[in-house]
Write a protein that binds this ligand. Sequence first.
Ligand code: FE2
Ligand code: FE2
Length: 259
Amino acid sequence: MRLLAISDLHTDFAENRRLVEQVARADYKNDALIVAGDIADQLEIIKRTLGQLREKFKTVFFTPGNHELWVRGSEWNSIEKLFKIQALCEDLDVHWQPSKVGGVWVVPLFSWYDPAFDIEEPDEELHGWADFHLCRWPREMGEKFEYFFKLNEPNIRAYDGPVVSFSHFLPRIELLPPRDTLRFKSLPNVAGCGLIENQIRLLNSVAHVFGHSHINLDLVIDGVRYVQNALSYPKERRTPGLAFKEIMRLEPFLPADQR
Ligand SMILES: [Fe+2]
Ligand SMILES: [Fe+2]
């Protein structure tokens, strides 16, 4: 019984869809999976992928990334689409709110990027960033990163067990390599939000899973383990196949009679 993590499945690519379809049900039937955003933008594909994961894993947790909130030419705005995705999760029994699994609380955190995450100014190339063209926001929502941060507030409390949190976006700038080594130099301006880090510390998380940058890592900063395990786009992948990352074994946190 394990808690595993993946992000950025991007199953709008047929190759990634095949990798999810090939996941063997027998291997994960007792495990819980965190999916830290960016499955796809089309609702049908999000539904199919979450449904397939739900068949293979005992428990699935999900929070949307930026791709889920693309609305293209549809009649909904991005927040209306968020509500549709939450309803979809309810139908599929996918957790988008905190839930306890094997004695450990898994706490999803909504997030969006704060342009001030990095002090350096973005390059001109940022004008082409897809979210600016494919998301549509209600006029009254204010700053997006503050809106999403506030959605988490009811869940920032004490929990009776260890907490593993997760978000799509990065909580700390140190989780990105230096700007001059990035292929997309403006990524730090659309990558994260320090308010998430405050919530992680208030939750006393032992580990935090995130996605979005498609740069995998596993490191401890000030006592919290930060993990990214993104499948990424086929052309970016350095290792073949789909491997879920183990965050922890869950048996030690169960009452003795349930282990
Ligand atoms: Fe992604
Ligand atoms: Fe993303």
